[in-house]
Design a protein around this ligand. Structure first.
Ligand code: NAD
Length: 366
């Protein structure tokens, strides 16, 4: 089946709302051995797995939804029926390690609150599975390193779910920066945030990985690192604040601003917030500015520069489908991950430095 007719079929299935009746293996694997598609098990069936990753796994060509890990039996029943998942591929947090014996599962995708990432990535790697892990990679640089070490020790791949690295508009602004098409970057301004009205979710619970710098802040850090094409040398200053002290207390940040210094004296101002909807990246270069807005959503990313419009619309595939297909293909071909664990660690190092600068009121060298 050629690419276009396959896409058309998937599109029609989705428009009819019936895609869930067909396993992606049935759809795409005519006459091909099953391992053409890597089996992915999602760990944690919350918002991101339910609304984005599982539907995206119905669009992927190199991997499919093979299993789930959940602590909620009713969710297991719903997912089993909806995605045709066999009982033998359904795990809970207690029997998770038995996944080592399951040949259907090639990749474990950890989609849990950040405080749980380290444990489940290490357990998955020790079970001999490749691992994909959602952002933020973990709570500390040490945890990130332990995750990288566990995957290396077991000779398994580790990818972080920074979907934007796989996204064409992001790739285009990075190309302009990295090839110096507008000269050197002079300064940068980036903001990532949304109004979160929840009060007792893990994002508002410090021990589970809450705080905006971890959650949305890593997008702003990514914007500044990708937008300058460099690594910061210091945090000049940082400040956390809240307009809702009844929710954001005991060191939990609702809003954080930071000034990052990059080589050559390039300054990046970043802002991240659970109090307002903000989503832009402005990169001032010697020969003009690149302005991306929105720069980090699930779709509709666009921008402009003196070189023209930056806008690559999608046809069928979602960012998450592209991300998982890219990563599955790299695993099949024995190639490195586009976003390896080291990339997630770099951001957590910066998150730690920003929190340190905010609490001490001093600059922090990186
Ligand atoms: P969520 O709260 O909707 O889901 C979390 C899941 O973890 C739930 O199924 C919950 O039952 C389970 N869980 C297990 N133990 C738990 C515990 N002790 N406390 C709380 N939940 C527990 O969260 P989400 O929005 O799906 O986020 C999950 C991960 O995905 C996070 O790392 C988040 O940053 C990431 N995420 C990434 C993107 C992206 O664009 N890449 C978008 C959304 C979320």
């Amino acid at each position: 089946m050629n690419k276009i007719s396959r896409r058309t079929i998937v599109k029609n299935l989705f428009l009819g709302g019936t895609a869930v009746l067909y396993s992606p293996r049935t759809l795409f694997s005519f006459g091909r051995p099953a391992k053409d598609k890597l089996g992915v098990a999602l760990v944690g069936l919350g918002y991101y797995s339910t609304d984005l990753l599982a539907p995206a796994l119905q669009q992927t060509a190199n991997c499919y939804l093979a299993g789930i890990v959940t602590g909620t039996p009713s969710k297991a029943e719903t997912w089993k029926a909806k995605y045709n998942i066999p009982d033998k591929n359904i795990y809970n947090y207690q029997n998770f390690d038995q996944i080592a014996n399951n040949k259907d599962i090639d990749v474990v995708y950890v989609v849990l609150p950040p405080s749980m990432h380290r444990e489940y990535v290490v357990r998955a790697a020790n079970a001999g599975k490749h691992v994909w892990c959602e952002k933020p990679m973990a709570m500390t640089v040490q945890e990130c390193q332990e995750m990288i070490d566990a995957c290396n020790k077991n000779k398994r791949s580790l990818a972080i779910g920074y979907r934007l690295h796989h996204e064409p508009n992001t790739q285009e602004y990075r190309r302009i920066v990295n090839q110096h098409l507008l000269g050197k970057v002079k300064k940068l301004n980036c903001a990532a945030g949304y109004r979160d009205n929840r009060t007792n979710h893990w994002k508002q619970t410090k021990s589970l990985g809450g705080g905006v710098m971890y959650d949305m802040g890593v997008y702003a850090i990514q914007g500044s690192r990708c937008g300058t094409g460099m690594e910061p040398v210091s945090i000049i200053s940082a400040k956390t604040s809240t307009t809702r002290p009844e929710i954001y207390k005991n060191g939990l940040d609702e809003t954080t601003v930071a000034k990052l210094e990059y080589p050559g004296g390039v300054i990046a101002d970043i802002k991240t917030s659970f109090g307002e909807n903000i989503n832009f990246l402005d990169i001032d270069c010697e020969k003009g500015s690149i302005n991306m807005a929105p720069y980090s959503g699930y779709n509709g990313l666009k921008g402009k520069s003196p070189l023209g419009e930056i806008y690559h619309p999608y046809d069928v595939r979602w960012q998450q489908a592209k991300q998982m297909d890219d990563d599955a293909l790299s695993i099949k071909q024995g190639k490195p991950m586009l976003v390896p664990g080291e990339e997630g660690l770099r951001d957590i190092r910066i998150v730690e430095a920003i929190y340190k600068s905010a609490s001490t009121g001093s600059a922090v060298k990186l």
